[in-house]
Write a protein that binds this ligand. Sequence first.
Ligand SMILES: Cc1ncc(C[n+]2csc(CCOP(=O)(O)OP(=O)(O)O)c2C)c(N)n1
Ligand SMILES: [Mg+2]
Length: 540
Amino acid sequence: MKAGTAIAEILKREGIEILAGYPVNHLFEFAAEADIRPIVVRQERIGLHIADAISRLSSGRKIGVFCMQHGPGAENAFGGVAQAFGESAPILVLPMGYPRRLAYVPPNFNSVISMRTVTKSAEPIFLPAEIPNIFRRAFSRLRNGRGGPVLVEIPNDIWNEEVPEPLAYEPVSFTRYGPDPADVKKAAAILAKAQRLVIYAGQGVHYARAWDSLKALAERLAAPVVTSLGGKSAFPETHPLALGSGGVSFPKTVFEFLRKADVIFGIGCSFTESSFAVKIPSGKRIVHATLDPDHLNKDVRADVALVGDAELVLQALLAELPSARRDSADVVGEIASVREGWLKEWMPKLTSGEVPLTPYRVIWDLLHTVDLHNTIITHDAGSPRDQLAPFWTAVEPLSYIGWGKTTQLGYGLGLAMGAKLSHPDKLCINVWGDSAIGFTGMDIETAVRERIPILSILFNNFSMAIELKVMPISTQKYRATDISGDYAALARALGAYGERVTTPEEIVPAIKRGIAETKAGRPALLEFITAKETGISKFV
Ligand SMILES: Cc1ncc(C[n+]2csc(CCOP(=O)(O)OP(=O)(O)O)c2C)c(N)n1
Ligand SMILES: [Mg+2]
């Protein structure tokens, strides 16, 4: 069998149904022959972001795959691979490579060499007969341990070479690993004795599908739960013990409870120090449970470390802890009162009748218009992230795609498209600003052409508002932070539904029209003309 046929057959056996990418890469043809649907994007980053969402929303059970050309395609894909690396998203990246005799000759771009710093592993194919071994290694890395892009470079001169038959490939298995029982005992003792325990849940809870166990532990210990941005929606934010998520911005509940905590239990998180993660206050006892031992004592020192799958860790702790539930009345009352005070302060913005609109009013109206149980939403980089995350109430696991280890403008569109491909029956939304659309906006055409009816919520304030405080002189002297565009018209020109909204009364009706369009199979972009809002919910 031909090398190309063998690779497509391996993908098929691994359950791959979609191949996102940008030509030329001959895998498209071999894969289409094997009934794997191609999604051809308008630029490489978007395809990687689509693959990223496919992996995330299946907790890594269905792997997102992306292919691109050698040279320019691979060069242009670097950003998307780096974003997935920052986010630990397990995606399979399949660049074509220069013919083997030229692959290591400058100035040819060699993906294996150049992307090694942003991949979990990167391996070239030299011998067709090795294809099953190479992909067995690749899928094992994708399915086990902490995620990240895994790259296999396919030289352009290998496609039609022979692979021995029958093809020796069986899908690889998942393996979970759990914590040392001695450490579980120590951790349980600390958690049981804590006076003001806070649970900090990261995206490892999503990958382990440990949502029920997290809830059981929080309820057993009457412990409030904060999530990282990546962990958002791992704990229902309508639960009386929910504090909300921590990023650049966060609800006051997050700040108050972390500040007053005596013990913080991190589960499925890296505790990475980042501008996009809430600061972990010093002087706390830390119990850190993570899949990756490399995360231990990286940015935050752990008093007790638990290495393993979040579900196995939580199950082990639940078995070790006293089975009686602690009374949660006091802590629940305290959370409710802090939240109430905080929301009261924000209510004027959230319900503002101002023109230009405040983005907060749009977010608030959106939150109260959609069916939260059937919605998946993601933010973009910059202000829209910081405006949306504290106020969006995620009720179902994986209903919020949060991110922020690195934050490339334009990431949200591809994520929403990957979400819609994974869940055609759900409303999939990306919320972005007029800077973000500048990066990936042309791929609205991909959403139209590939029948991926997402709802795009755009805040157009004709500015990079978040940079106003950073660039006051350049703004005043040269208007360097001004940008402009008619993005509803752009969406229409690309075949989507596009509507510009300028008044508060039109917000909800426009959202309803947008949703109706998506239900009829057409992507919709609602362009809200907003103020240059720079206020965010933040406490120090
Ligand atoms: C690729 C990339 N380049 C630069 C940045 C830095 N950055 C973050 S937000 C932002 C501007 C955001 O403007 P906009 O999306 O219009 O939101 P606004 O602040 O105006 O509400 C910039 C330049 C980034 N996140 N990603
Ligand atoms: Mg803007």
